[in-house]
Structure formats: C-alpha cells, structure tokens
Design a binder for this molecule. Sequence first.
Ligand code: NAD
Ligand code: TYD
Length: 354
Amino acid sequence: MNNILVTGGCGFIGSNFIHYLFNQSDFKGKIINADKLTYAGNPENLKSIEKKYSDSRYFFEKIDIAKFSEIESIFEKYEIDYIIHFAAESHVDRSITGPSEFIHTNIVGTFNLLELARKSWKDRKDVLFHHISTDEVYGSLGDTGYFYETTLYDPRSPYSASKASSDHLVMAYFHTYGLPVTISNCSNNYGPYQFPEKLIPLMINNMLEEKSLPVYGDGKNVRDWLYVEDHCSGIWEIVKNGKRGETYNIGGENEWTNVDLLNILCEKVAVEKGKDKDYYKKLIMFVKDRAGHDRRYAINCDKIKAELGWKQSVNFEQGLEITVKWYIDNLQWMKNINSGEYRKWIEKNYLNRQ
Ligand code: NAD
Ligand code: TYD
C-alpha cells in the first residue's frame, strides 16, 4: 500500500479514518490529507498524527476540491496510488438553507477528482478511487423494509441529491473509462470529533450547557447508527479487497427513533455527570420539523459481511458511552469550536502558511 490521498481528512469521519489507518499493521504507506478547512474541518483532530508522522508519512495540503487547479497541484506534487474521498458538505440542514456549496463540493469536487485520477492514472490497474457515500441517496423508508445495494436512488434533500449525483459520476467513470472505483453507502455515524451540529454531539453539547434539546417534528424519525470506527474498518476492507466497480452498504443494524435515542443519551450523560438519570430529559423540546424530513433509514449490509467478512464491533450502549466520555474529556475541543477559538488557531497555523 503506497500513497493514499484522503480528501476531507480534517472532518469527522476522515480524521477518524486517518487515526484508524495509522494503527493498522498492514498499512505502511503515506497519507496526503487534502482539505479545504471549511467550518467542519478541524486540524486539531489530527494533532497527534501531525506530531508523530508529519516528517515522513503524513502530509497536509489545504485545497478546495471544487477548484481544478488546486487538486491538480496535488497530483503534480505526489504520486497517488489510492484516493479515499470523504470531502463533502455533509449536513442536511445546511443543504436546505444553502444548497450551492453542496453542488460545488459534492458534485463538481468529485468530478474534478475523477478527471485527475483518470488523466494521471491512465491505464494503471493497481489504483483505486474509493468514494464515501451515504444511505440517504436511497430516499426514505416506511415502517418496514431495508436499503439494498440494488435499491433505486431516490434522494430527497439537496445533500442527498448531491451525493447521489457524485455516486453516479463515480460509477460512470468505471463503466466509461475503466477507472477502478468502489463506493460505500453508510448509515449515520457517531463518535469522537463529530461537529456539534449533528444530532448526537449537538445534544451532548446542549446537555453540558444546560440548553434545550431540539427534537424535530414528532421525534419518531428513525436512523440506523454505526460507531465511526466500524465505518472506518469497512472502508479499509473495501479498499483492500472490495470488487472494483461495486457498491457496498455499511450499517449498524441498529435502528432508533430520535426520541428514544435522546432519552438514552440523556441517561448516559447523567451517569457521567453524577446526576439523577432523568435530569437532562427535562431539556427535551419538540420543535418545527425539518423540511422534507426523511422518515426512516435502514441498511441491509449482508453483502459486505458475506463478501469481505466485515462486521460491526462496537454495540450501541458501548459506543454511546465511549462517545459521551470522549466529549466530556475533551470539553476544550468543543469549547474551541463554540467560541471560534479553533478558527483563530487554524488561521494562525494553516491558513497563512505558504
Ligand atoms: P464533515 O462535515 O465532518 O467533514 C467534511 C470535511 O470535508 C471537512 O474537513 C471539510 O473541511 C472538508 N471539505 C468540505 N468541502 C471541501 C472542499 N471543497 N475541498 C476540500 N475539502 C472540503 O463530514 P463527515 O461527517 O466526516 O462526512 C465525511 C463523508 O462521509 C462525506 O462524504 C459524507 O457525505 C459521508 N457520510 C457521512 C455520514 C455521517 O453520518 N456523518 C454517513 C454516511 C456518509
Ligand atoms: P443529523 O445528525 O442531522 O443526520 P441526518 O439528517 O443526516 O440523518 O440528524 C439525525 C436525525 O436527528 C434526523 O432525523 C434529524 C434529527 N435531528 C433533530 O431532531 N434535532 C436536531 O437538532 C438535529 C441536528 C437533528
């Protein structure tokens, strides 16, 4: 395994993946992390990696994948063997109020990467473009049924439509140009380093600040939750052994209504903070529903289990406990985000770099 270009490596899943990869004994190569450092990109997530590997195995490049010349400069500077593409605008609520960035980054950015991969790899077959996608491309389920790899795409938010569009481009490059590609469509992730706009870290943050816990609509929407490290192991398995030109679903097989999840989360935080088990539940507040709110997501991930021997390793109780502990132990990380301190730190350390 040689040089891996990770895009969006300063975000939630990307940074967990870089930590994961440097812990794998079968990975001996280099990582080039190309990230624009949007509001969601936080190099603080990779401080320990920088310290340990930046002289020889870890390289950071601040680039916008939606700008062709910027991504081209990476291909000129480094010999890239694998691309693992995480970079995206990832929050559904933001895609409702401002879809434009989603089109630029998720669609144009993916297209730029594919074009550069195609041109610089030519006929190389020992390379791979792995695209990280979401189960949201499949649309919304009723009370029963699952998303399979064969389920027809039916995206319903600007976010999921932009991801669906990029998935189609990736497969088009496989069929048209023979570019070696794989795609993973994963359910909702949770764990350390998740930006506190997403359900779980937002709610933990609000509990710690004794703020209200806003539940959209009736709180009965269902999501399938997967601990982020299990997503990382699935991606790594696909990169190593996945069949080129194939899509793999990755999921937790762990469905929860938002309100049930929140009740458990309240109890976990209460235990950690030494409070009565129901202490934080009084902060739960039902608010106006999200526009076009998908009702239920549920993944069937039999294919990756059967073909690649992958399985989840962290159960939900455990995963939530690790996650709650992490946010409490890393209060400063959250405070830096909330106060904008981390932005100042980025500006000092990264944005003004030559
Ligand atoms: P995130 O928002 O935490 O991180 C996104 C990263 O991409 C940030 O570091 C950001 O700076 C970078 N980025 C954004 N625009 C860029 C651009 N134009 N050029 C270069 N870098 C840019 O996202 P995440 O939750 O870590 O998601 C990573 C990927 O996984 C996304 O493709 C997302 O669609 C997918 N995904 C996420 C989940 C989930 O539950 N979070 C589930 C399934 C799939
Ligand atoms: P989110 O973390 O935004 O992920 P996604 O929309 O990609 O599934 O939201 C998860 C679920 O939680 C979703 O049904 C919307 C709901 N939600 C709330 O009820 N309140 C909130 O403040 C947020 C951010 C989400």
